[in-house]
Design a protein around this ligand. Structure first.
Ligand SMILES: Cc1ncc(COP(=O)(O)O)c(C=O)c1O
Length: 420
């Protein structure tokens, strides 16, 4: 019988990785306090828990102004609207990201213009951004994907030369720093998701860091049904109820208390992983840019070369899961993404500009290769389990590589079994 757990052998790791999210009595107490206060929701906005959380978040991440919202999709949409981006405007996004990065500008009436990513980071390629700029381009949304950051020096340089708004999608990058500046504080806006899988979570929630007070007040108005906020004066705008509830904010405050230690732990173990992976043929850890000064991350992303490794990426991911290692294949490329079908959804802007939504004609070779062939994601919990957590993940990957031929022989059956 094969040694591979996916083919009936013994798994590398039987002990579960630490669960997520973490909680203790502080979380229970925080919820009890809000329940007893009877101020559960987010109105009037922002409530005291929300304000205290935002202050703590800014202390951690940097930046001076922030608003809280229901999730990290609406924060992106609110950023577009607060910047005055709307009907028919073009917003440049990377081909490798979650659908929200594209859905948000669409919700504001704008056209997401997809461009390719950089092979070393899998984040947006600055040269591709520059090449995609037209007279209708208003913004770019770099995504700090997985364990990497987009090249913010190059993006800001392009933005300044072309007068573009930069909305950092930092849903994967709470705590991360670029030349010492917090992710999300370099562009005009920084959007964070606090959804349950994220490394700073409150179940559902979002934060939008804003470069100035005017953006912050406009964003607050949009989030709070259009009510006037601060410098917006007495003018009502078209807004929605995108508020964060006080219950969520209270949990987020406690999550912030644990966060610095978690960052240090994940960062140290990621460096250990970088080293250990170089021993396995066909595995390429993505290089670390020295400007990425704090690597706080959501998923550790590496590249496999299936030809050298000896087995397809998807089969490797499922074999890893059977070895007891939480691994994922990541997102599909945006132009091939079932979740992202603006024409099928009959969105007005997609129907009005159908030529900008012909996905079958689009081709982004780096993103296609990364999303469909190379990229393998390790869950953050691997990095919260001490050196043994990383050693087990590396041992499992090395074992799979040694037995890659057996895995490849069984690939057709596994594809059916795992619905690859
Ligand atoms: C890159 C990226 N952007 C945006 C979002 C949207 O966040 P939310 O799920 O909180 O709406 C997510 C995650 O879900 C994400 O991974």
């Amino acid at each position: 019988m094969s040694e591979l757990a996916v083919l009936g052998g013994q798994p590398t790791r039987t002990e579960p990785y630490p669960p997520w999210p973490e909680f203790d009595d502080r979380d229970l107490q925080a919820v009890i306090t809000v329940v007893k206060s009877r101020r559960w929701g987010g109105y009037p906005y922002p409530g005291p828990e929300t304000e205290a959380f935002l202050q703590g978040f800014l202390e951690l991440q940097g930046g001076r102004y922030a608003v809280a919202a229901a999730n990290g999709t609406v924060t992106l949409e609110v950023a577009c609207r607060a910047a005055g981006i709307g009907w028919g405007d073009e917003v440049i996004i990377p081909a490798y990201t979650f659908q929200a990065t594209a859905a948000a500008p669409l919700a504001a009436g704008a056209i997401p213009v997809i461009v390719d990513v950089d092979p070393n980071t899998y984040c947006i390629d600055p040269a591709a951004v520059e090449a995609a700029i037209t007279e209708r381009t208003r913004a770019v949304i770099p995504v700090h994907l997985g364990s990497q950051m987009a090249d913010m020096d190059a993006i800001m340089d392009i933005a300044e030369r072309h007068d573009l708004i930069v909305i950092e999608d930092a849903a994967h990058a709470h705590g991360a720093r670029w030349r010492g500046h917090g992710a999300g504080t370099i562009g005009h806006f920084g959007s964070f998701s606090l959804q349950s899988s994220k490394i700073l979570t409150t179940g559902e929630g979002g934060v939008l860091i804003c470069r100035d007070e005017t953006f912050r007040d406009r964003a607050a108005s949009i989030i709070d049904c259009g009510r006037p906020h601060g410098t917006v004066g007495e003018v009502f705008t078209l807004g929605y109820n995108y508020r964060m509830s006080e219950l969520h904010a209270a949990l987020a405050r406690v999550a912030l208390e644990r966060f610095p230690e978690q960052i240090a732990q994940r960062e140290a173990m990621a460096a250990y992983m970088d080293e250990a992976l170089t021993e396995i043929p066909g595995v390429r850890p993505l290089p670390r840019d020295p400007r990425h000064t704090t690597r706080s991350f959501y998923r550790y992303v590496l590249a496999l070369d299936p030809d050298v490794f000896g087995a397809e990426r998807d089969a490797v991911a499922y074999a890893l899961i059977k070895e007891g290692i939480p691994a994922e294949t990541g997102y599909p490329p945006m132009h091939r993404y079932d979740l992202f079908q603006p024409l099928l959804s009959q969105l007005p802007v997609a129907c009005a500009f159908p030529e900008r939504f012909r996905f079958e004609e689009m081709h982004f070779p780096v993103a296609e290769r990364a999303c469909l062939r190379e990229a393998l994601w390790f869950d953050e919990c691997v990095f919260r389990a001490g050196p043994k957590g990383v050693e087990d993940a590396v041992a499992a990957l090395a074992k799979i590589q040694r037995h890659a031929a057996e895995l490849q022989d069984a690939a057709d059956r596994l594809r059916r079994e795992f619905d690859i």
